[in-house]
Design a protein around this ligand. Structure first.
Ligand code: MN
Length: 131
């Protein structure tokens, strides 16, 4: 069975770019452009990893992460925040919201596959939350 990744992102160009890269890496990719669709797809597909854009129009990615953490089926799904707001404290903010890590934007297409693989590897070893 393939590794499922859910990508929650409102920006069409980013969705196309990241989805294409992930599909090349043979991940099964699901896309959501807003929070409600993200939760719905997460419940339905039980992804191995969620990539969470922080700046969403209806709800910010941190709030959405907190919401997902309250849903038992999603409480332990790895969530990686993708944010351009990389300032001091941002890592803490994403971790406090229940994210397991973050990938800074702009996305580096040459590095993204390794970043994803590292998160999945850590998850498999049970190391992600203690990071
Ligand atoms: Mn956005």
């Amino acid at each position: 069975m393939g590794t499922k990744i859910l990508y929650i992102e409102d920006n069409f160009a980013n969705r196309m770019l990241v989805s294409r890269i992930l599909k090349v890496e043979d991940y099964e990719v699901f896309e959501a452009e807003d929070g409600p669709t993200g939760i719905e797809l997460a419940m339905k597909e039980k992804p191995d990893l969620i990539l969470m854009d922080v700046n969403l129009p209806d709800i910010d990615g941190y709030e959405l992460t907190s919401k997902m953490r309250e849903i038992p089926e999603l409480a332990n799904t790895p969530i990686i925040a993708m944010t351009a707001n990389v300032m001091q404290g941002d890592r803490e903010k994403s971790l406090n919201a229940g994210c397991d890590g973050y990938i800074p934007k702009p996305i580096d297409v040459d590095v993204l596959p390794d970043q994803i693989a590292n998160f999945l590897e850590k998850q498999a070893k049970g190391e992600l939350r203690s990071d």
